[in-house]
Ligand binder design. Structure first.
Ligand code: SF4
Length: 260
């Protein structure tokens, strides 16, 4: 029985319980395209680079050779120097992990960088995909909701005292082509915190029911989730959905970054 939940689990569970079952419980996977593999490797290297920098460790030789990575990091440091400034009264840690017991499950988060100052908490997340989503969709993303929820529940900070900053480190100026990392900052309120609690209660209760019965329901075709799903065959949806042509694979920019 699955008891450890991340934002990836919550997001997929909300999208389609059957897909959740196929990926997380039955281990079905789709081989990533070469483009996606390259993008994931770049993202992994960038996260490693930032972690090394935070720890004050020398950068591995293979990384220092990567001009593209170095240019992105230099642009980020130039644009957001406050993020990298050490303060005696603050706590900061990269790849910071927290867990919270919740309704029979353990909710787990790993912050790319956590900065705690007296009366304030900031979660920083490096995003290495090219397209910058709008503020509303990022605020509704389970990563945002779970990360903020767990921070409030595991500290003495109130929702209004915490925030999350996404930094899109590969963003370029349209005219010059120079790297210009872009920030999307999400603030938080007590009302949103309570709403997330309710959503978590609902999702975890539903998951308990699915796991006990062994039945993970399909979503309605009307929701449109099946059109781009790569699991229509094992799901048994192929005959119904084949009446309408299946869409091709999504473009690289549309594929969500794999949480690290
Ligand atoms: S085809 Fe539709 S119902 Fe089946 S797993 Fe995919 S999204 Fe879910």
């Amino acid at each position: 029985m699955l008891t450890n939940l991340t934002q990836g689990h919550l997001s997929l569970l909300e999208t389609c319980p059957r897909k959740f079952q196929q990926i997380f419980l039955e281990g079905l996977t789709v081989p990533p395209s070469p483009d996606l593999q390259t993008s994931q490797l770049w993202g992994n290297r960038f996260h490693l680079l930032m972690q090394q920098r935070e720890l004050g460790l020398p950068l591995p030789g293979t990384l220092t050779d990567e001009e593209h990575l170095q240019a992105c990091m230099a642009a980020l440091v130039a644009q957001a120097p406050d993020l990298f400034r050490a303060e005696p009264s603050s706590f900061r840690q990269s790849e910071h992990r927290r867990s919270l017991a919740f309704n029979g499950y353990s909710l787990t988060v790993i912050y790319d960088l956590l900065i705690l100052r007296p009366g304030a908490g900031l979660i920083v997340d490096w995003k290495t995909y090219l397209q910058v989503p709008n503020h509303a969709s990022l605020a509704q993303d389970w990563q945002t909701r779970l990360y903020l929820y767990v921070l409030v529940e595991t500290t003495d900070l109130s929702p209004e005292q915490v925030a999350m900053s996404y930094w899109f480190v590969r963003h370029r100026e349209a005219q010059t082509g120079e790297f210009r990392p872009q920030e999307v900052k999400i603030t938080y309120t007590s009302k949103q915190h309570e709403q997330t609690r309710q959503n978590l209660l609902k999702l975890t209760a539903a998951l308990s029911g699915y796991q006990q019965s062994g039945h993970f329901p399909q979503v309605s075709l009307a929701r449109g989730s099946c059109d781009r799903c790569l699991f229509v065959a094992p799901c048994g949806r192929l005959p119904e959905s084949s009446a309408t042509a299946l869409s091709p694979l999504p473009s690289l920019a549309e594929i969500e970054e794999v949480p690290l």
